[in-house]
Write a protein that binds this ligand. Structure first.
Ligand SMILES: Cc1ncc(COP(=O)(O)O)c(C=O)c1O
Length: 339
């Protein structure tokens, strides 16, 4: 049988047997009344892990990001964020629609925000520019290849800006495992932080937004307005608890495999200029003149890849990719020959 190796995203991960067991047996109640013990346990666990007063369980990372925009900003505000961040570029204009804000996009090709440019945008308020309601960052930063923030850089940003920071931590635990910085230390630089359970941690559904008590009370109202309030959601939260308990440390394996992929990519596509040392977590992003054609060619050999743009290819490792899969990918790439 032909092998298929799915490197499109870590969102393709399947729930583990322990998650399915926990989902089947979870005590549940109506979360609309705050009576689901498993949701309550997950929210308390996440708040403690992130060092925040409260956390709210939501169906998706996009919803958590949108709730953050609605509680941190007022309509007409500017939000300073990396030009390629999910919040800016991959949410279908949701922040304009849901929070009536506009972005001031900043170069984030290194995975960090250019601090000087952020400060310029804040300074421009004095010259009749819109009020900056918040600054948003992404850690790990997906489009630059899963780059983790250095805590010092994040601390420098937090101490230089007098505005709330929202941290999109869809892959925060990848950053934690790659750098040894705790989730709470990263989150301390931000007012609100979002984490996803449904990516490398392999839960089937769910994200959390964490922050101060008053903001999270308001975030619950925004969740309701967005249609994201759930009822017996403990069946989902149960998988999330297993994800936090059992799936964080193993992300290190995904990082080792991504680095091997990075070396293969650098050897196969020297013209891309891709530096394999830039791969720090589970994502490889490289340039190719015809990314979609390459993805089609790889798929014919059972290697599923993704595109971020017409000239950008993305490969992502996760719990569903093992060493034999990588050997298959190595064989396919060596069949293509250096390009
Ligand atoms: C960095 C980042 N933020 C937010 C999201 C949104 O998460 P979800 O797909 O759960 O809405 C994603 C999804 O891939 C992401 O990569």
């Amino acid at each position: 049988m032909t092998r298929t190796v799915d490197l499109r995203s870590d969102t393709v991960t399947q729930p583990t047997a322990a998650m399915r067991e926990a989902m089947a047996t979870a005590p549940v109640g109506d979360d609309g009344y705050g009576e689901d013990p498993t949701v309550n346990a997950l929210e308390s666990r996440a708040a403690a892990l992130l060092g925040k007063a409260a956390a709210v369980f939501v169906p998706s990372g996009v919803m958590a990001n949108q709730m953050a925009m609605r509680v941190l900003t007022s309509p007409g505000d500017v939000v300073v964020a990396g030009a390629n961040q999910h919040l800016v570029d991959f949410e279908m204009g949701a922040s304009a629609r849901n929070a009536s804000i506009q972005f001031a996009p900043v170069d984030d090709s290194t995975g960090r925000l250019d601090l000087a440019r952020v400060l310029e945008i804040l300074d421009a308020e004095a010259d009749h520019r819109a009020h900056v309601g918040a600054v948003a960052i992404e850690n790990t930063h997906m489009p630059s290849g899963g780059t983790p923030w250095a805590l010092d850089d994040l601390g420098a940003l937090a101490s230089a800006v007098d505005r709330p920071i929202h941290l999109d931590g869809a892959r925060l635990f990848n950053a934690v495992v790659a750098t040894g910085t705790s989730a709470a230390a990263y989150a301390a630089a931000a007012t609100t932080v979002m984490v996803c359970l449904s990516k490398g941690l392999a839960a089937p559904v769910g994200s959390l937004l964490a922050g101060p008590e008053d903001l999270m009370r308001r975030a619950r109202v925004e969740r309701k307005r967005l249609g994201g309030a759930m009822r017996q959601a403990g069946v989902l939260a149960a998988a999330g608890l297993v994800a936090l308990d059992t799936m964080v440390e193993r992300l290190a394996e995904d990082h080792v495999r991504a680095r091997r992929l990075a070396d293969l990519v650098a050897a196969t596509f020297p013209a891309s200029g891709y530096d394999p040392a830039s791969c720090r977590t589970n994502i490889v992003v490289f340039s190719h003149p015809d990314a979609r054609a390459l993805v089609g060619e790889l798929a014919e050999h059972g290697v599923l890849a993704g595109t971020l743009a017409a000239t950008r290819v993305r490969l992502v490792t996760h719990v569903g990719v093992d060493d034999d899969d990588l050997e298959h990918v190595a064989g396919v790439l060596s069949g293509l020959g250096p390009r």
